[in-house]
Design a protein around this ligand. Structure first.
Ligand SMILES: Nc1ncnc2c1ncn2[C@@H]1O[C@H](COP(=O)(O)OP(=O)(O)O)[C@@H](O)[C@H]1O
Ligand SMILES: [Mg+2]
Length: 308
């Protein structure tokens, strides 16, 4: 189905310039909304000609925000002054910096361990030691990534042999004023991948497996995101429980209201238990193709948000 003209839309799906065509959920979500009598259309978040004064704005494929986070969050706050925004600007602020993993861990949610290097940290002044500690904490490999990132960009998996590359990446990011997260590489990702659990309107919808992405020596991702291998899966009871625990913390922060959409990405620790790798509450792909009813569940949640 062609996108409906924007002038007619009651729900605007925020995307980035050039991203709509790459957004594999986009057409299915617009079509599902249409079937439920909801007119949805894309709009580019930083296009100054867009009038955001519609009943609901839903953040979708705004994938170019990572290097312009302040600008993006200012846009979200400005939209929210005049209309309903999903997810709320405060949730977007919280979820776009992986330092929230520490908050989840403090509240008892199982998470991937790691440590954050603040801008200004030097190799001699802590960065080298941090990589060494995380190497020792895992199985001889670490992941270095910015705390604000998406699509596996600026993310490296290194071991003792190529630790210098990890340190060089950390040094570059820290020099750019970006905080860096260093984690042990969890080897179960190579065997089991990660599990994404997608929720709409506070209710679990569907799950998928994403294959491992990081290969030693492969260098940095070029383009908007790494290539991802997605397959349907059935989430285990343990995975559902960890996702629920994480989303309870989020609901508290968001004032109790369930989010229109939430994706919890889990990996598995050495004992096989699920741990949170990432909360995707800003612009997650839903991979609705893995479940024939998923797009309709999204549309139903949107319709409910419109009070219909
Ligand atoms: N600690 C880790 N152990 C194993 N794999 C990891 C780890 N951190 C990241 N990865 C891999 O890198 C990918 C991107 O990292 P992620 O934390 O999901 O950030 P983002 O998706 O925001 O770029 C993941 O999908 C996963 O394949
Ligand atoms: Mg991820």
């Amino acid at each position: 189905m062609a996108n409906p003209p924007r002038g007619d839309a009651e729900v605007l799906l925020a995307t980035a310039s050039g991203s709509w065509a790459l957004d594999r959920d986009a057409a299915a979500l617009v079509d599902a909304c249409g079937r439920q009598g909801v007119r949805a259309a894309p709009a580019v978040w930083d296009d100054p000609t867009v009038d955001w004064g519609v009943p609901l704005v839903v953040v979708r494929s705004t994938w170019d925000y990572t290097n312009r986070l302040d600008e993006f969050l200012a846009w979200a706050r400005s939209v929210e002054r005049t209309t309903a925004l999903a997810n709320p600007a405060e949730v977007l602020r919280w979820t776009t910096d992986k330092r929230y993993l520490g908050e989840l861990a403090d509240r008892g949610v199982p998470t991937v361990p790691g440590e954050v290097l603040e801008p200004g940290t030097t190799v001699g002044g802590g960065a080298g030691d941090a990589l060494g500690r995380q190497l020792a904490a895992g199985h001889g490999e670490v992941v270095v990534k910015p705390t604000v990132s998406a699509g596996s960009k600026d993310t490296l998996r290194v071991g003792e042999d190529d630790l210098d590359e990890g340190l060089a990446l950390a040094t570059r990011l820290l020099g750019e004023g970006r905080a860096v997260l260093v984690q042990p590489y969890l080897p179960s990702v190579d065997a089991r991948g990660e599990t994404g659990l997608v929720h709409f309107g506070g209710t679990f919808s569907h799950a998928f497996t994403k294959g491992a992405i990081l290969r030693r020596g492969a260098g940095l991702v070029d383009g908007p995101f790494a290539e991802e291998r997605i397959t349907p899966c059935v989430a285990t009871a343990d995975e559902r429980a960890v996702a629920d625990a994480a989303l309870r913390v989020v609901a508290e922060l968001a004032g109790g209201d369930p989010l229109l959409y939430a994706r919890v990405d889990l990996v598995h620790d050495d004992s096989g238990g699920p741990v949170v790798l990432e909360l995707e509450l800003c612009e997650p792909s839903f991979f609705v193709e893995v479940d024939p009813d998923a797009a309709d569940r999204f549309a139903a949640a949107v319709r409910a948000r419109l009070g219909r």
